[in-house]
Structure formats: structure tokens, C-alpha cells
Design a protein around this ligand. Sequence first.
Ligand SMILES: Cc1cc2nc3c(=O)[nH]c(=O)nc-3n(C[C@H](O)[C@H](O)[C@H](O)COP(=O)(O)O)c2cc1C
Length: 203
Amino acid sequence: MTTQLEIFKGALEHRHSHYGLRPEWVAPRQTVEELLGGVLQTVPSAFNSQPVRMVLLTGDAHASHWKLVENALISLMGQEAYEANTAPKIRQAFASGIATVLFFDVPSVTEGLQASFPTYAANFPIWAQQVQGSHQHAVWMGLDMLGFGASLQHYIGMVDADIKALAGVDASWVLTAQMPFGAPVAEVAGKEKLPVSETLIVK
Ligand SMILES: Cc1cc2nc3c(=O)[nH]c(=O)nc-3n(C[C@H](O)[C@H](O)[C@H](O)COP(=O)(O)O)c2cc1C
């Protein structure tokens, strides 16, 4: 009989970074929306402060987002270097998916906590980042379990204002990551990990 632990570990082991995506909803868009809502409603945050916001970009919005990133990279690197180094990834692994989840931090949440609980003022920005990671992993796991391939990207600090305008979010929010997803082109093998004997101590 498969134990709960085996099911849980199996799910963790199956999630990988997918760099080959096709534009297909392998599960309905509505189900993905439910996944994102479920993650936002359940993942813990410091003092239950909930500083994370997500935007699901689909269709033209998804395409426009990756066009913004592409144009920014071309401006930075030049067309030739872009075509040689980065274009294949942007086109085959990110834009080629069906949608992208944008993750945002709401700084006013952290500022409010710092004002209310000055003793922990230095911790709140750190905890806000940790909460981003918790949400990103949960979404990544959920997308994988629905049959999507996804990866975690950080094309940040180039055209954030344009991305926020496209996403229709408050200019004060901070973009923390992009998660493009779609139908996986291939199975992805697990990467080598440090032995547990080095990373886990039990006393
Ligand atoms: C905090 C964090 C930042 C990452 N940033 C990127 C990134 O910017 N681009 C990218 O392609 N992968 C990024 N990754 C993916 C990791 O490289 C990848 O998860 C790791 O090598 C393990 O491989 P796997 O996802 O296939 O299991 C990031 C992962 C984490 C947790």
C-alpha cells in the first residue's frame, strides 16, 4: 500500500524546472485559478500578514509580458547577443507556454507590521521574502500535479513598471518572480542533491 509519506515525497520529487513548454491547458484554466486561490488562502505568513499577491496572465497578456521582457533584453544585450544566448529560452520555455503567474510583494503590509511591532522590525522584510518562496513552491507543486510544466524566473528590474501596468496592479507592489507554465514538452530528470547525511541533523 502506498503510504501518505510516499505520495507526498513522490509529488515533491516530480516537480522540476521545465524549459520546454507548449501552449496548452492540460487542466482547465478554472482549475488553475482555484489552485492559485487555494495557495493564497492557505500558505502561512508571519503574523498572518498575507503580503503576497499573484496575477495570472493568459492569452495576449501572457504574450505581451514576454514581449516586454524580450524587448528589454534586446535593449540591454543587443539583438545579436540576445538571439544567440537568450531568445531560445524566452521563446521555447517561457512565451511558448499557455500562461504565466506573476508574484508580487505588497510593501505596505511589511511597513504596517514594522510600525505595529517595532521589536521585530528587522525581521519582517526577511519573512516577507520567505513567504514569497512558500507561495511559489506551493504553486509550482500544484501546477506539476495538474500536469503542467513550469519554471521560476526573475526577469526583474528592467521593465517592472510596464509589467505592473500590463498586470493592472498597484505601482507600489514589488514584482518578485514570474512562473511561466504550459504543457511539458518532455519529462525532466531530477538534479543531483547533497546527501541527506550532510543536510539533515537529528539529535
Ligand atoms: C529562489 C529560487 C530562484 C530561482 N531562480 C531561477 C531563475 O531565475 N531562472 C531559472 O531558470 N530557474 C530559477 N530557479 C530554479 C532553480 O535553478 C531550480 O529549481 C533548481 O536548480 C532545482 O532544479 P529543479 O527545479 O529542476 O528541481 C530558482 C529557484 C529558486 C528556489
